[in-house]
Design a binder for this molecule. Structure first.
Ligand SMILES: C[S@@+](CC[C@H](N)C(=O)[O-])C[C@H]1O[C@@H](n2cnc3c(N)ncnc32)[C@H](O)[C@@H]1O
Length: 373
């Protein structure tokens, strides 16, 4: 891809985080053009694609809008796509993986759509077949009401994979969701952050990255690195800027969990990031927590009784949780991620719903008591 051309771009975002992602873009100097369900529309050059992948904490992937047109039959689809400039994004030796969805359209056979586009791309790239290879270039195709949208994925692995969290426990939150929740709550980096049910430590790590202004994409690779026009010098420059932007502010972040496995995983993840001495993690059940004076944010993502068992009386579990939280953290803002209004009611805490989110395909609410002071 030519570094001077301006592309139409789309940041794919998990439901409920679109507005925070748009705020992140504004702060990065990438003005959002439209916020829609599932993402944010923006435009930019190669540098902006690199920046978005390197810095956005809440986006799942960054797509380049490659082509948009109406089409109702397969010969027409081929005709419209075999002269597209596929070679701007795909090397002749790169394998392509098509991901196709269609709704209320005459072109409604996803496999045949993929085959047609594969032939068109092969023709444009001067090759007879799509080579088999690992790390294929993902091409997303959406057909809605006969309108075909073809997008090139610039990210590769989903952006929640920051490359730092290798130890996971049962039911971990995606990093993008953990970061988005902290932003939705307006957590200020200088105030304290505690997760008393920290699992593998997603909130602790995302809080630390946010507080010290670490770019979340510094330690991984991206699909755009395989494009023919990859500008390594520009990427190195942006990474250098990102390293210099780190703020060595002291962290007031801590976590506990009753499971030793979870505590080990969280500690390993913190260590891998160089936060081992800065984030305090202990094995402790919430009921054994001493009373903690002072303000700040308590964030918790308790078991829901789906992937993690809650026994026969989940409301009873949440009622006890509410009492334990109130006793241990009398002056803090308490926030909870939970799929059930009745569990939230059972806590007896004065929760208000802040957002509706998606946690691994499950609809959850973000609930919080009084705001951080
Ligand atoms: C859904 S997981 C949290 C996942 C975490 N947010 C992450 O991203 O990895 C819930 C965690 O709560 C812990 N837990 C459950 N009841 C607890 C209690 N009473 N005290 C402390 N930890 C508890 C479990 O051991 C589990 O690690």
């Amino acid at each position: 891809m030519d570094h001077r051309s301006t592309e139409n771009l789309f940041a794919v975002v998990s439901p409920g985080l679109e507005a925070v992602c748009a705020d992140e873009m504004t702060a990065l100097g990438l003005p959002p053009q439209e916020v829609i369900a599932g993402g944010v529309v923006f435009s930019g050059k190669l540098r902006d694609i690199y920046l978005a992948n390197l810095w956005l904490r809440t986006a799942s992937r960054i797509l380049v809008r490659f082509a948009e047109f109406k089409s109702r039959d397969f010969p027409d689809l081929y005709h419209r796509t075999h002269r597209l400039p596929w070679g701007r994004f795909i090397r002749p030796e790169t394998s392509i993986a098509f991901r196709v969805t269609c709704h209320t359209s005459r072109l409604n056979h996803t496999v045949r759509i993929a085959e047609t586009l594969e032939s068109a791309a092969n023709q444009a790239l001067g090759r007879s077949t799509n080579p088999v290879g690992k790390d294929p270039q993902m091409v997303m195709v959406r057909v809605v009401d006969d309108q075909v949208t073809i997008s090139i994925d610039s990210s590769g692995e989903l952006l929640h994979r920051r490359g730092y969290r290798q130890s996971v426990t049962a039911a971990p939150l995606r990093e993008t969701l953990a970061a988005g929740i902290l932003m939705l709550l307006g957590w200020q980096e200088t105030s304290s952050l505690t997760d008393p049910m920290c699992g593998s430590g997603s909130f602790l790590l995302e809080g630390a990255l946010l507080a010290q202004n670490h770019a979340p994409g510094l330690n991984r690779s991206f699909a755009f690195m395989n494009w023919p026009g990859f500008r390594e010098g520009l990427w190195t420059l942006l990474c250098g800027d990102a390293k210099r932007a780190v703020k060595e502010v002291p962290l007031v972040i801590s976590g506990c969990d009753e499971s030793i496995k979870a505590v080990s995983a969280a500690k390993e993840n913190c260590q891998r990031n160089g936060f081992a001495d800065q984030i305090k993690i202990e094995k402790r059940a919430l009921g054994e927590q001493k009373v903690q004076e002072g303000q700040g944010l308590i964030i918790c993502n308790p078991p829901y009784g789906k992937r993690l068992d809650l026994g026969e009386n989940p409301e009873g579990y949440y009622s006890e949780l509410g009492q334990q939280l109130q006793r241990a953290y009398p002056d803090r803002q308490i926030a909870m991620v939970c799929p059930s209004q009745s569990f939230i009611k059972a806590t007896g805490l004065p929760f208000k719903q802040i957002a509706s989110l998606d946690n691994g395909g499950l609809k959850v609410g973000l609930f919080a008591t009084k705001p951080c002071k």
